[in-house]
Write a protein that binds this ligand. Structure first.
Ligand code: ADP
Ligand code: ASP
Ligand code: MG
Length: 814
C-alpha cells in the first residue's frame, strides 16, 4: 500500500489533472491512498475573499465568483457531458454554502480563525470531489473519503495539532472496511473532536498524506509536485540547482524548515518514526528519478547538501546593561512570544549576555515588539534594558548538510563568498546539531546570495562572470566579438561562464538578465533605451548579480567618476580609460583603497601598452619586494606609428590621419601628439611603482608648435599640422643626418619623470621598434645592468580589447 499526494501545482487545471490520472492508472495494480490539494491558487483566493469580506469590502464576491468559475470550468473539461449535471449541482450547492459563510463574515465585519478554517477547507473538499468523480468516470476503481472523518485535531485553528491515537485508529478502521483500490482524500482539512473543521497549516496537504502513510504503515509516501525533487536550492531562483537524489530525513527537515517549500516541515515526523521513505516526484516529468528521503545513509561525498532560505523575517534585539548576569531574561523573552504562538525561527546571543537577538516571521514583528516591550516595561523604564529593536525586510539563508560538522572552514567559505559579493550579514546562527549554518541578510540580496553560495558549494567547476560594458566603439566592439568567440572555450577550459548583461554607447543602452545574445548585440543596442551613465549604474545595482564587472571602454571623465560607486558595491572595474589613474593622486589612491576594502578588483592593464602585460609585471616585481629605480619607455603606439612611417615622401598630417583611421590614436589625436597620453602612462607606471607623483610634476617639451597645441577641435588641429609641415620635415632630416630615428620617449628616474621626442642612435634598444610597438625597460634593485624588458604591439583596438579580456579573466580566477 502506498500514499500519493498531488499538490496544488499538480492539479491547478483540467489538463494537469488528466496527467495525474495517467500516473495513478499506471500504478493501479496496487492499493493506494491519493491525497489532493485544492486546485492551485484556490486557497489563496479563499483567504483573500474572507479577508475582504471581513473588511466589508464588497469585492469579496468577485473573488468568490472566480473560485466558482475555476471549479465549473474544470468539471466541464474533465467530465463527459452526460455525467456533468449531478456533479455540477452538488458543487454549486457547496459553493452556495461558501457564499453564505462569506456573507456572514461581510455582515459582521469580522472573521474568526474558526470560520476562516471552515471557509478555506472548501478548496480541498471541492477538488477532491471533482477529481474522484473524474477518476470514476474514467473507469478507475476509486472512491472519495473525507479526511475530516479520519484526522482528528485540537482546536488550534489555522494550524491544528493532530491527535495521533484517534486518527491512526480511524485510518485503520477505514482501511479494513474499504474495498476500492484507490481512495481519494482531501489534504489539509481535518476536524476537531467537537466536529469543527480545522486545517493543518499552509502547505499542510503534505502532512495529511504523511499522517495517513504513518497510520497505515505505507510502503512509501510519494509527494508529486511541479519540480523533480528536492533541489540543492530553490530551482525557481537558482537556475543551476540540481535535484538531490538521496537525502536523510534530518537534512530534508532542516532544508524544509529553512524554506524549501517543496515539503511542509511537519510532514517528516509521522513517516520518520516508521522508517517510511518519502519520494518527491514531478507530475510533469514522471520519468525523472526525483528525491528519495529516508533514514540517514552516510553520504561522505557531499558535505553541504542544500541551501535554503526563509524569504521574509524580522530581527528583534533585546539589549541593555541590565541584562548581564541576570538570570531569567531570555526565559521571559521567549515565554511572552511562545504564549502568543509566535514562532522563533532563529536565535543568536552574544557571549557577553549583553544582547539577545531572535528572528520571527515578518508579519509577527509588530505584535512581538509590542508584547516584548510590555513584558519588560519595568526594566525599560529603569533604563536597564532598551526598548526592543526591530529590523524588518530581512531573510535567512541556510547551508544544510549532515556532514558539515566534520568539516572545518565551511562557515569561513560561506561568509567570504557572501562578503565578496557585498552581501551584508546581520546575524549568524549555527544549529546545535551542526547540520546547518544560517545567516540573516537583506531581502533584496537573497537571489544573489543563493546563486553565489550555490556556485561556491555546488558548481566548483563553473564560475559565472556578469559583464556590464560601457563604450562599444573600436575597442568595445572588438571586445564583444572576442568574448563571443571565446565563450565556449572559456566554459570548457577555464570553467568560466562569461555573460554580457548590459551594453551602452553614448546614445542607447540595453540589458538582458539572461545574457545578451552577442550575435545580434548591435541590433539590440540600437533598439535599447536612452543611454545614461548613472542609470546604467543603477541598473547594475538592481540586477545585484554576483561576480559583476563594469568595463569602461570610453575616454570619458564622467564615466571614470563613477568607478568608486561601482567598487563600493563590490563590483569590479576593468578600464582602458586612463583618466581615473592619471588624475589627482588622492583619487587614484582612494580607488585602490576602496577596491581593497570592498574586495573588488580594479584593473587597468590596458592603460599602458594596450594588451602588453606591463602593469601586471610591475605589480609582481613590487609584490615580490623589488624596487623600481628607473623606467625608460616608448609608450605611445600611435606616436611610434607616426614616426616610423613619416619621412620625406609623406606629409606629417597625412600620417597622423592614417594613424587615426587605423585606430591607433585616442579619439582626439591631439591627446597623443601633445604627449599628454604618454605623460598619463608614465605617471601610472610611476604610481604603480609606489611613487607619489602628479601630472604637473612631469616635464614635457612638446615638439608641436604652440598654435597646434591651442587648437579647439580636431579639424583645426589637422589644419595647423598642415601649416607647419616644414617644421616637421626639418625634425626628420636632422635625425636622418645623425643616423638616428625619432622616438617619443618617456623616462622616470629618482622620482622625476619626463616625456619628449628624442633622436635614437642605431644600436639602442628603441632603434628597431617597428610599427605601433611599445617597449618598457624596468631598471630595479634586481634588474640592475640589464633591464627587464617588455616589448610588443602597444596600440590598436584588437590588442587593447584582448588586454581588457585578460583583465576579465584575471578577475575570473581571483
Ligand atoms: P505543491 O503545490 O505541489 O505543494 P509547492 O509550491 O508547495 O508545491 O512546492 C513546490 C515548490 O517549492 C517548487 O515549485 C519550488 O519553487 C519550491 N522550492 C523551494 N525550495 C525548493 C527546493 N530546495 N527544492 C525544490 N523546490 C523548492
Ligand atoms: N491548499 C493548501 C495551501 O495552499 C494546502 C496545500 O496545498 O498543501 O496551503
Ligand atoms: Mg506544498
Amino acid at each position: 500500500m502506498k500514499v500519493l499526494k498531488f499538490g496544488g501545482t499538480s492539479v491547478a487545471h483540467a489538463d494537469q489533472i488528466k496527467q495525474v490520472k495517467d500516473i495513478i492508472a499506471g500504478q493501479a495494480s496496487e492499493r493506494m491512498f491519493v491525497v489532493v490539494s485544492a486546485l492551485g491558487g484556490i486557497t489563496d483566493l479563499l483567504i483573500k475573499a474572507a479577508e475582504s469580506a471581513a473588511r466589508r469590502d464588497e469585492r469579496y464576491s468577485d473573488i468568490a465568483r472566480e473560485v466558482e468559475k475555476r471549479h465549473i470550468e474544470t468539471i466541464k473539461t474533465l467530465i463527459p457531458v452526460t455525467k456533468q449535471s449531478g456533479i455540477l449541482s452538488r458543487v454549486k450547492a457547496e459553493l452556495n454554502t461558501l457564499d453564505t459563510l462569506l456573507e456572514g463574515a461581510f455582515l459582521i465585519g469580522e472573521i474568526t480563525p474558526r470560520l476562516l478554517d471552515k471557509i478555506v477547507s472548501y478548496g480541498e473538499l471541492l477538488s477532491s470531489f471533482i477529481i474522484s468523480q473524474f477518476f470514476v468516470s474514467e473507469g478507475l476503481d476509486a472512491v472519495l473519503k473525507d479526511s475530516r472523518e479520519l484526522i482528528i485535531t485540537d482546536e488550534s485553528y489555522g494550524k491544528a495539532a493532530v491527535d495521533f491515537d484517534v486518527s491512526n485508529s480511524n485510518c485503520h478502521d477505514y482501511f479494513e472496511k474499504a474495498k476500492e483500490k484507490i481512495t481519494i482524500l482531501p489534504g489539509f482539512v481535518a476536524s476537531s473532536s467537537e466536529g469543527n473543521a480545522t486545517t493543518l497549516g499552509r502547505g499542510g496537504s503534505d502532512y495529511t498524506a504523511a499522517v495517513i502513510a504513518g497510520a497505515l504503515d505505507a510502503k512509501v509516501l510519494e509527494i508529486w509536485t511541479d519540480v523533480s525533487g528536492m533541489y540543492t536550492a530553490n530551482p525557481k531562483l537558482v537556475k543551476q540547482a540540481k535535484a538531490i537524489t538521496h537525502i536523510s530525513y534530518e537534512e530534508a527537515m532542516e532544508l524544509s524548515h529553512f524554506g524549501a517549500k517543496v515539503l511542509y516541515p511537519p510532514t517528516i515526523q509521522p513517516v520518520l518514526v516508521k522508517g517510511i521513505p518519502i519520494i518527491i516526484k514531478n507530475t510533469f516529468r514522471d520519468s525523472d528519478p526525483g528525491t528519495r528521503i529516508e533514514l540517514n545513509k552516510e553520504d561522505t561525498e557531499h558535505t553541504v547538501r542544500g541551501i535554503s532560505h526563509v524569504p521574509s523575517i524580522a530581527l528583534l534585539t533585546l539589549e541593555g546593561p541590565g541584562m548581564i548576569g541576570i538570570p531569567g531574561i531570555s526565559k521571559r523573552f521567549f515565554e511572552v512570544l511562545s504564549l502568543a504562538q509566535i514562532s522563533v525561527v532563529l536565535i543568536t546571543q552574544a557571549s557577553s549576555e549583553h544582547s539577545i537577538c531572535i528572528g520571527v516571521a515578518d508579519e509577527d514583528a509588530k505584535f512581538a515588539e509590542k508584547l516584548v516591550n510590555e513584558a519588560f516595561a519595568y526594566e525599560i523604564a529603569a533604563s536597564k534594558i532598551k526598548p526592543v529593536i526591530v529590523e524588518e525586510d530581512l531573510a535567512i539563508i541556510a547551508l544544510v548538510g549532515e556532514q558539515m560538522k566534520s568539516h572545518q572552514g565551511l562557515s569561513g567559505k560561506m561568509f567570504s563568498t557572501l562578503g565578496k559579493n557585498n552581501v551584508n550579514i546581520r546575524a549568524i546562527a549555527q544549529g546545535a546539531s551542526e547540520r546547518n549554518i544560517s545567516a540573516v541578510i537583506r531581502k533584496e540580496d537573497v537571489k544573489k546570495a543563493l546563486n553565489s553560495l550555490h556556485e561556491e558549494f555546488f558548481e566548483e567547476n563553473i564560475k559565472q562572470l556578469n559583464l556590464f560594458v560601457m563604450g562599444v566603439g573600436n575597442v568595445g566592439s572588438k571586445l564583444i566579438r572576442q568574448i563571443e568567440q571565446q565563450q565556449t572555450y572559456l566554459k570548457k577550459n577555464l570553467k568560466l561562464n562569461v555573460r554580457v548583461i548590459g551594453i551602452s554607447n553614448s546614445r542607447t543602452m540595453c540589458f538582458d538578465e539572461e545574457g545578451i545574445p552577442l550575435r545580434k548585440w548591435e541590433e539590440l543596442l540600437t533598439k535599447g533605451q536612452k543611454a545614461n551613465a548613472v542609470e546604467f549604474f543603477n541598473k547594475v545595482l538592481e540586477f545585484n548579480f554576483r561576480n559583476s564587472i563594469f568595463i569602461d571602454n570610453t575616454a570619458s571623465p564622467d564615466v571614470a567618476d563613477i568607478y568608486e560607486n561601482y567598487l563600493q558595491n563590490s563590483i569590479s572595474v576593468v578600464t582602458c580609460n586612463k583618466i581615473a589613474c592619471s588624475s589627482d593622486l588622492d583619487k587614484y589612491l582612494r580607488l585602490k583603497e576602496v577596491s581593497r576594502e570592498y574586495n573588488a578588483p580594479f584593473l587597468f592593464e590596458t592603460n599602458v601598452g594596450a594588451g602588453l602585460p606591463i602593469i601586471d609585471t610591475l605589480k609582481h616585481l613590487i609584490a615580490s619586494g623589488d624596487k623600481v629605480r628607473k623606467i625608460q619607455a616608448v609608450l605611445s603606439g600611435s606616436l611610434n606609428f607616426v614616426f616610423n612611417n613619416f619621412n620625406s615622401d609623406t606629409t606629417f598630417s597625412g600620417i597622423v590621419r592614417r594613424a587615426q583611421e587605423e585606430g591607433y590614436t585616442e579619439p582626439d589625436p591631439k591627446i597623443d601628439l601633445s604627449g599628454i597620453d604618454v605623460m598619463r602612462k608614465i605617471l601610472i607606471l610611476a604610481r604603480e611603482s609606489g611613487y607619489s607623483i602628479d601630472i604637473n610634476d612631469i616635464k614635457n617639451e612638446s615638439f608641436l608648435p604652440e598654435e597646434s597645441l591651442s587648437t579647439k577641435n580636431t579639424e583645426a588641429f589637422y589644419a595647423s599640422l598642415e601649416r607647419n609641415e616644414k617644421g616637421f620635415q626639418e625634425l626628420y632630416t636632422q635625425a636622418e643626418k645623425e643616423g638616428c630615428k625619432l622616438k617619443y620617449v618617456a623616462q622616470f628616474e629618482d622620482g622625476e619623470a619626463s616625456v619628449g621626442l628624442q633622436q635614437i642612435p642605431e644600436g639602442h634598444d628603441f632603434y628597431k621598434l617597428e610599427g605601433s610597438d611599445n617597449i618598457v625597460l624596468f631598471f630595479t634593485d634586481r634588474y640592475t645592468e640589464q633591464p627587464l624588458v617588455v616589448k610588443g604591439a602597444g596600440a590598436g583596438a584588437d590588442v587593447t580589447a584582448s588586454g581588457i579580456f585578460a583583465d576579465i579573466i584575471r578577475i575570473g580566477n581571483f
